[in-house]
Design a protein. Structure first.
Length: 95
């Protein structure tokens, strides 16, 4: 089943670059997904990452602020005040 992620809001500066990575480490392999100027923004995690035990979503705002969190974290808390909403309806507020 496809995993849909929604970036609902942010206090960061738009546009936002969205990357899918194999981790949040400095040596992570990342694939550029898209740039968005409009929120909320929903996207599907690519299947090659969705089937991995760990993948990360990295968001870079217009000021270069980087937020990266992995799917293994319990509550996907972020530092910029935005929200991720997953397909199962759970909403994750950024702090």
């Amino acid at each position: 089943m496809a995993t849909v992620v929604t970036l609902a809001s942010t206090t960061g500066s738009i546009p936002l670059d969205i990357w899918i990575c194999d981790s949040c480490d400095s040596t992570a392999t990342c694939v550029y997904y898209d740039t968005t100027n409009v929120l909320p923004y929903s996207f599907t995690v690519p299947s090659e990452y969705e089937t991995s035990a760990i993948y990360a979503i990295k968001v870079i705002d217009n000021n270069g602020c980087v937020i990266c969190e992995t799917n293994t974290q319990d509550d996907f808390q972020f530092q910029d005040g935005g929200t991720f909403e997953f397909q199962d309806g759970e909403i994750y507020e950024f702090q």
